[in-house]
Design a protein around this ligand. Structure first.
Ligand code: SAM
Length: 234
């Protein structure tokens, strides 16, 4: 199936999925997270992000947040060629597991060792899938260090604290692409100036480092904006 067809089919599928009442062990509430959403006005004023407003609004599904890894996994499959992924701040490693199931190589880099969840919801098949206790994904149980990027092609950070700007620096240094879903600003070396949203700051920072930016939105309520970036040369 072509990438475009795959993308369209998944968009259609995800927009049809009804709220699920089933709970999963990767419920986002476990992380006690708060989002400071970027306003539509800030999006409209942003050269890079205003396109997100023009996209046809898809129904946002509040409970989809707990499916963020499944949604991002599908987005990555539809938009990026298979490559070696570093799943930075990857927590339990569900994104890496899903990528691995799709034949990709993905390694979690996170100082806090966590086991894979024992199940997840397959959104395409609309069913719960068990993950055997024996299943593993490659993990480096350490804080992300820039030199680790040399072994990867794509650096991914989903709501990863404290390493967003470091990730961009490392991607620039080692010629990697990256996908970031930024949320709170915790432990970063720089802060956005007053009036500038963190996402815009991250975008500006990446552009200064020579990256071409492709923002995207996943289909859940909350901080659902992601930034895919490649070097102009790649
Ligand atoms: C809010 S959690 C997000 C986890 C997962 N990506 C998710 O969306 O559920 C932030 C994660 O970043 C990890 N982390 C914090 N500082 C890090 C660092 N310097 N390098 C790598 N991981 C880090 C934490 O251990 C934690 O698992």
């Amino acid at each position: 199936m072509s990438k475009r067809k795959h993308k369209l089919e998944n968009e259609k599928l995800f927009s049809q999925i009804e709220q699920s009442s089933e709970s999963t062990s990767d419920d986002f509430s476990e992380t006690n997270h708060s989002d400071i959403l970027i306003s539509d006005e800030s999006l409209a004023n942003s050269l890079e992000l205003s396109g997100l407003l023009r996209k046809p609004a898809r129904r946002e599904l509040p409970r989809m947040k707990k499916f963020r890894f499944q949604l991002l996994h599908e987005w990555i499959l539809a938009n990026v060629d298979p490559c070696r992924v570093a799943d930075i701040g990857g927590g339990k490693g569900l994104l890496s597991y899903l990528l691995q199931q799709s034949g990709w190589s993905s390694t979690v880099i996170d100082p806090v060792h966590q086991e894979l969840p024992n199940k997840y919801k397959d959104l395409i098949q609309d069913r719960q899938v068990r993950i055997a206790e024996s299943e593993r994904v490659p993990r480096i149980d350490e804080v992300f260090a820039s030199e680790m990027a040399m072994n990867f092609d794509l650096l991914v950070a989903v709501h990863a604290h404290g390493c967003n700007l470091q990730l961009i620096d490392a991607a620039a240094q080692h010629n990697c692409a990256f996908v970031i879903l930024p949320c709170c600003v915790i432990g970063e070396p720089l802060l956005p100036p007053p009036g500038v949203h963190w996402i815009q700051f991250v975008v500006d920072y990446a552009i200064k480092q020579g990256f071409e930016i492709e923002p995207f939105r996943l289909n859940f309520k909350g901080q659902n904006i992601g930034v895919y970036a490649k070097r102009w040369s790649s």
